[in-house]
Every structure is written in structure tokens, then in C-alpha cells.
Design a protein around this ligand. Structure first.
Ligand code: URA
Length: 433
């Protein structure tokens, strides 16, 4: 960067006027934002300009690299556990509604013999975040120093921790995007996901790219491009990366909201739970194990025989959580009942995501505390029969003044009709390098 000086207004104007940011400008703005020389106001303006104007492949790759080198990078390649080299693999979802799959998934993969170092985030926009979910367990801490992560990968086979120290530029940008309407941008999503995933040091990566109304990017073509962009970023850094495109028009499972989702994940780990959550867990686990060549374990079997549950309990205990304490439930509830009988139609994932956010499960200001017990229970899944008077949805919150706005979001997001909705495949496509 010798001889070139930058300033935030010029960088913002360049992107605002649809220019391309040079490598040096990107390096400067990411470094200066991370250490506080570029303010939140200035970065908000730049993010909005990127949201509106986009970034090309070169800019996206450089933005990712600048965020990657903004902090520490973990490396497990030297590790041996019980005399054998540690094989690591992770998955990352681009964000959905009711997506609690990470919880049973990391446990199932660990039970099959691969280790999962998972750097996770909090809720983003209307989508939930793994850390917010896990922190609804009393005592659970996602703040793990590297030495603890390494120890836990040997002892338990998985660790789920706040990405914070890894790609700290992403940690700041992620929180800022969440409250500035700049989440749904392909280059910002790709660079956010890949900077922290490359920093976490997993040997391979499977991406769950959500498609549909409740996804951050809605159309299949945009999601395909997102998947291909992230796979290329993985290849650039020698991390084998594959992706599944999966349906997010309808929420996953029967619950959305932090503690409610942990409870449902525990059902899956106990060999039950909703079929779609089980299917996605098993498919993603198979992809992860295949990518790193760990064969011989059967993820579905680990859910049925309790070995995945054992891993999950061990992970929670190692991170200070106490599953013997009941999970929180919002102090107030309201239930919507069917005014007539029929069949439950499509349930719109975006409507449910916004409902849950309005109930207090997400943030509207940086650093805001979320309500662990806020959320929704969907008593009927699309295609299930409904009798007049039966409960369809129960909403939970600690702050009942939120019910009005939450019900308004849900309104129009579901229907009960005479015919079942047209079924959609959960797994839309598999994209490999
Ligand atoms: N997950 C991330 O880590 N970042 C995004 O921007 C979206 C999903």
C-alpha cells in the first residue's frame, strides 16, 4: 500500500458510482474498519453501495481474503488423537428459518469418526443463528480459546464456538449488516461465510445453500451463483468445498425460535423429530463424511442408536451447558386456531422468520439481547389434515405487546384449503467443484 492513501468517502463514492474497488482499497477499508479508523456510519454506507452495485469475482475474492487475514487462523493439520491423524470437516448454512440441523449434524458426524470445528454466528436478519440457539441452554459458552477447541475435537469430536477471533472483520460487518438492511447481497454473503470458514481451519466444507422465500437469496439461479462463488473461494484456498441447494420456501421442522429449536434438535438426536430435519441432517452428514473419505459410519444409525446424542451431550457439557435445566419458554403465548377444516397449505418461511423476529428472537439493534424463549410452534405441516377449531400456530414471547406485529407478519403466510400443496423436493441439487 506504499505511496497510496485512502479515505472512506472516496471508497464509498467509487462503489456508489458503480466503480470497481482496487485490491489496495479493499485491504485498506477492511483493516481500517476492523481497527476503528473507518466508522460504522461510513461502513454502513459502503455496505449499502455494495448491496446495490455488487462486487465482481476479483473484488469478492479480495474482500474475503482481507477479512480472512484480519484475525487468527486455526490449523488442525498437525493433530493426532488416539494415535490417528484428526480428520476435520464442517458445514455452513446460508441461513434459514427453523434450521436447527447443525445441532444433530455435528454430533452425527463426530459419532461417525470425523471431527467438526464449527465457527458459528448469531441470527442474521429474519434467519436464526446457531449461537443464539445454543445459548438458550443454561451455562453454555461459545467463547472457546483455541486450545479448548483442539482439546474438545479430540475428546468429543466437535466444538461450536463464536467466530469472533477468526475473521474479526466479518464479526463486525455481520453485526452491522444485520441492522442496516444489507444482509441479502451475494458477494457479502459469500465473503462472510468463506472468510470465517477458511479461518476456522476445517479440512473440507459442505455448504447448505438455502433457496426460496425464507432464504437470504430467493431465486435458484442466484443461489447457484452463490454456491459456485463459495466453492471457487474454497478451491482458491485449497479447502475442498461442495454445496447442496436446499428448499427454504417452508420452515424446517415444526418450530422456529432459539430454545424451541434446541428442543426439536434433541428430539432428532433421540431418534425422532420431524422428517425434513432428519433427512437434511443425514444427507449433509453423508456429504461431509464423503468429502473427507471417512466411510464406515451411518449418520442415520447414530441418530437411532443414541451415539449422536452422547456426542451432543458431551459437547454441551464440555462448553458449560446444563441440559438438565428445562429450556426457557416465552412467558406469554397466543394460539391461532383453524376456522375451518381442510389441509394445511404452504407455510411461508419468510413470514414465519419475520414473526419469530418480531416476537424477540432476533435483533433490531447491534448487540441486542435476544429472547431465548421467543418463537413459534407450527402444529400442522403443509399437507397435514386440519379440523375446524384445531390449533395451527402457537406464538411465544416474554413481551406480549409484540403479539400484534408478530401476528401481522404471519397473516397471509399460510392457508388451509381443500387440496394439499404441490410437494417440493427438500434437496434441490448437489454442486461439486
Ligand atoms: N452466514 C454467514 O456467515 N454470513 C452471511 O452473510 C450469511 C450467512
Amino acid at each position: 500500500m506504499t505511496g497510496v492513501t485512502f479515505d472512506a468517502p472516496t471508497v464509498i463514492r467509487t462503489k456508489r458510482d458503480d466503480g470497481r474497488l482496487s485490491d489496495a482499497a479493499i485491504d485498506w477499508v477492511i483493516e481500517a474498519y476492523t481497527d476503528g479508523r473507518v466508522t460504522d456510519e461510513q461502513m454502513s454506507a459502503l455496505l449499502m453501495a455494495i448491496f446495490l452495485r455488487g462486487m465482481d469475482h476479483r473484488e469478492t475474492a479480495r474482500w474475503t481474503e482481507a477479512m480472512l487475514v484480519s484475525g487468527a487462523r486455526m490449523d488442525f493439520t498437525d493433530m493426532r488423537c488416539d494415535g490417528r491423524p484428526l480428520v476435520t470437516v464442517d458445514k455452513h448454512s446460508t441461513g434459514g428459518v427453523g434450521d436447527k440441523v447443525t445441532l444433530p449434524l455435528v454430533a452425527a458426524v463426530a459419532a461417525c469418526g470425523a471431527a467438526v470445528p464449527q465457527a458459528s454466528g448469531r441470527g442474521l436478519g429474519h434467519t436464526g443463528g446457531t449461537l443464539d440457539k445454543l445459548e438458550s441452554i443454561v451455562g453454555f459458552s461459545a467463547d472457546l480459546p483455541t486450545a479448548r477447541v483442539r482439546q474438545q475435537l479430540c475428546d468429543v469430536g466437535a466444538a461450536i464456538f463464536a467466530a469472533g477471533r477468526l475473521a474479526p472483520a466479518d464479526a463486525k460487518l455481520y453485526a452491522l449488516r444485520d441492522v442496516t438492511g444489507t444482509v441479502e447481497s451475494l458477494p457479502l454473503i459469500a465473503s462472510s461465510v468463506m472468510s470465517k470458514k477458511l479461518a476456522e481451519g476445517a479440512g473440507a466444507l459442505v455448504l447448505d445453500v438455502k433457496v426460496g422465500s425464507g432464504a437470504l437469496l430467493k431465486s435458484e439461479s442466484q443461489c447457484r451463483e452463490l454456491a459456485e462463488t463459495m466453492i471457487a473461494l474454497g478451491a482458491r484456498h485449497d479447502v475442498p468445498t461442495a454445496a447442496l441447494l436446499t428448499d427454504m420456501n417452508c420452515p424446517l421442522g415444526r418450530t422456529a425460535g432459539n430454545a424451541l429449536e434446541v428442543a426439536e434438535a434433541l428430539e432428532v438426536l433421540a431418534g425422532g423429530g420431524p422428517a425434513d430435519v432428519v433427512q437434511l441432517t443425514v444427507q449433509l452428514a453423508a456429504e461431509m463424511l464423503n468429502l473427507v473419505g471417512v466411510h464406515g459410519g451411518d449418520p442415520a444409525q447414530t441418530l437411532r442408536n443414541g451415539t449422536a446424542m452422547d456426542r451432543f451431550r458431551a459437547l454441551v457439557a464440555a462448553q458449560g451447558g446444563d441440559l438438565s435445566v428445562p429450556l426457557p419458554v416465552g412467558a406469554c403465548s397466543e394460539t391461532l386456531t383453524a376456522s375451518r377444516g381442510g389441509t394445511m397449505g404452504d407455510i411461508d418461511a419468510m413470514a414465519v422468520g419475520l414473526t419469530v423476529w418480531r416476537l424477540g428472537a432476533g435483533r433490531s439493534r447491534p448487540g441486542e439481547r435476544v429472547q431465548p424463549g421467543a418463537g413459534i410452534r407450527m402444529h400442522r405441516r403443509p399437507g397435514e389434515p386440519v379440523a375446524a377449531g384445531e390449533p395451527l400456530f402457537t406464538l411465544y414471547t416474554d413481551t406480549p405487546e409484540r403479539f400484534g406485529a408478530a401476528m401481522a407478519e404471519l397473516d397471509g403466510g399460510w392457508s388451509v384449503g381443500a387440496a394439499p400443496p404441490v410437494p417440493r423436493p427438500l434437496i434441490i441439487d448437489r454442486i461439486t467443484p
